[in-house]
Design a protein around this ligand. Sequence first.
Ligand code: NAD
Ligand code: UDP
Ligand code: UDP
Length: 316
Amino acid sequence: MKRILVTGGAGFIGSHLCERLLDQGHEVLCVDNYFTGRRRNVARLLDNPRFELMRHDVTFPLFVEVDEIYNLACPASPVHYQYDPVQTTKTSVHGAINMLGLAKRTRAKIFQASTSEVYGDPVVHPQVEEYWGNVNPIGIRSCYDEGKRCAETLFFDYHRQHKVRIKVARIFNTYGPRMHPNDGRVVSNFIVQALKGEPITLYGDGQQTRSFCFVDDLVEAFLRLMGTSDDITGPINLGNPGEFTIRALAEKVIAMTGSSSKLVFLPLPSDDPKQRQPDISKAREVLDWEPTTHLEAGLAKTIAYFDTLLKEEVAA
Ligand code: NAD
Ligand code: UDP
Ligand code: UDP
């Protein structure tokens, strides 16, 4: 049994991770400031004596004793990370410094939830880990992209300079139950719009692509990466290589929900990447991992989740 800190543990991915770690018999300390996460995401874990929930902002120092750290704290949806961009950069950068300082003092192994956004609007396709990216340093997405890039720099410098054991994962678009209904990301938006019979909002012509990974597959990869030997630092791409246009996703959601929603076309936000698909050769080789959930199967579970959530909201 290990003592494991999960920052951002009350968020979408973090709550699934906390659950899996408890299932494995570990002690979990979940730290979150509830900016985009919610207590209800971890409500059913509260009865577990091995689970502890703490309200804390990672931009401030944290002194606890742990064996492993998963650093997930950071808003992930463009709508949320652009709401207070200065705080977004602080969360990535000061958050990384504090968690790396904690890892250094406690000799804990530390995992960083980095992102495909470090590749920006990529000119190499699919994206391999060796690609350095194409990021606008001064645009509206930069607080997130550059914050995460600087966090990666800090991870590798703490590793080289202080011998901190690091695991850096570059996560590609992930979806599943417990996404926030007003999260603003494409999968949650389309499903909620379809279930409510509201127009499906396509930004641009809908020909931009993304590759969507179901959350259970992603969490499995986190655990495998954390379990690798100390010489494996990453960065390593984690995602589902199945690439779809956003329009195709909209049509799939409409078909699966039997919705009468119509497509509406809205302006494309600036710096919106045109295509994104992970090359996961490294993850296949190093982690013996690849996603096993097909888009339809993952969407069916996610639609069922939002359906229940919306009915609860109507009843309340
Ligand atoms: P999320 O918004 O649901 O979760 C982020 C959590 O971090 C929330 O619970 C939020 O309250 C918390 N948080 C934010 N700022 C904080 C702070 N200063 N101190 C403490 N807690 C703070 O998003 P998610 O999709 O679960 O993403 C989790 C991590 O994975 C993020 O670091 C994100 O950048 C990364 N990631 C996610 C995706 C994806 O597609 N979901 C893709 C790439 C990377
Ligand atoms: N830190 C923390 N918890 C710890 C140890 C350190 O939050 O258990 C913070 C500490 O406050 C500092 C940061 O992590 O701001 C970086 O720590 P480090 O030891 O690398 O730097 P220093 O304290 O020498 O500036
Ligand atoms: N998108 C869209 N309609 C929406 C939300 C998003 O067409 O209601 C598009 C968005 O412009 C982007 C893609 O879907 O091209 C994925 O957006 P998301 O915010 O989910 O993630 P990211 O851009 O960070 O990959």
